[in-house]
Design a protein around this ligand. Sequence first.
Ligand code: F6P
Length: 341
Amino acid sequence: MPIAGILTGGGDAPGLNAVIRAVVRRLEPEGWRVVGILYGWRGLLERQTVELDAQSTSGILHVGGTVLHTSRTNPYKSPDDAQRLEANVRALRLDALVAIGGEDTLGVANRLAEAGFPVVGVPKTIDNDLPGTEITFGFDTAVSIATEAIDRLHTTAASHDRVIVVEVMGRHAGWIALHAGVAGGADYILVPEQPVDLEAVAEAVRRRRQRGKRFSIIVVAEGAKLGDSEVVQEGPQDEFGHGKLGGIGERVAREIERRTGAETRSVVLGHVQRGGSPTAFDRMLASRYGVLAAELVLQGRFGTMAAVRDGRLQAVPLREAARGLRTVPEELLKFARVFFA
Ligand code: F6P
C-alpha cells in the first residue's frame, strides 16, 4: 500500500484542516495510507506521526488551526538535521509528501524535491505573499476578521473624536492592510511596499478634521518600514531568520498625536487574524488545493505545487514558491489612494 505523508509548517492559517481532510478524502479510496507528520518539519526530524483516515479527519473542515500542529523548524539550518530529514523520509517509506506552508516551509519542500524526493506543495499564508499563486488560503479569513475589527473601531473612534491606528499582519507585503483597509473604509493605509510618510498621514487626519470629520482610522501593516527598517520586538529570530514584528502601530499613533494634536490610540489585531473558523471562501479554496495536491500525488507529478493562475486552479513548479515574495503592485496601491482622506 503506498504511503503519503502530510505536514503543516510555519504560522497556522484558517483552512489548514480543510486541506488535510481533502487530501485524505481523495487518496484513501485510491488505496493510499495517509500519515500525518506532527509539528511540520520538526515532526519529520523526530518521526512524530499519526495515522489519518476519513474517520479521524471527519469534523475538522470548519475548525481553525491545524490538527497536525505546526512549527517554524528549519531542517536545512544544520547539515546533520538535513541528513536526518532525508533519512526519515526514506525510513517512513513515504511514496509522497504533501507539504502545506508558506515561503519557508515550501522553500524546504523545494530543496527536498530538488534532492529527488516525491514532494507536492500547497500554498498557505494569511499574508497572501507567496509567489507562484494568485491567492493563498487563510487570507480571506484574515481580511474578514480585520475588516470587522475596523468596522467596530469606527464607532468608538467616532464617539471619542479619536484617531485609531490599527496594526494588522503582513510581514513583507501589505495585502491584508490594503484589502481590509479599503473594505473597512480606512482613511490611510500604510504597507511594507512603500516607505511610511508620517507627514502625509498627519495631513490626511488634518484634512478630515477640517471637513468636520473629527475621527480617523489608519491601517498599518506590521511590516511597514519607518526609515529603512521594520519595527521589531525584542527576542530571538526564528530558524528562518525572521524577527518578531510588532509596534509600528503605536509608533505611528504617537507621531500622529504629536503632529496633529488629535487624541490617538493604537490597536494590534495580531493573532486574532489567524485564529478561529475559516470563511466559506477559504474552506472551498483549501479543499480545492487539497484535492489537486492529491491528484498530483496520484499522477506522480512531484516537485509541483497546487496554485491559482489566471484565476484557474492548476499545478505550477514548486520552485516558483521559493522565488522571493509577491508584493502588492503599484496599480492596486494607486487604487487604494483614491479613498485616502
Ligand atoms: O507569516 C504569517 C504571519 O502571520 C506574519 O504576518 C506574522 O509576522 C507572523 O506570521 C507571526 O508569526 P508568529 O506566529 O510566529 O508570531
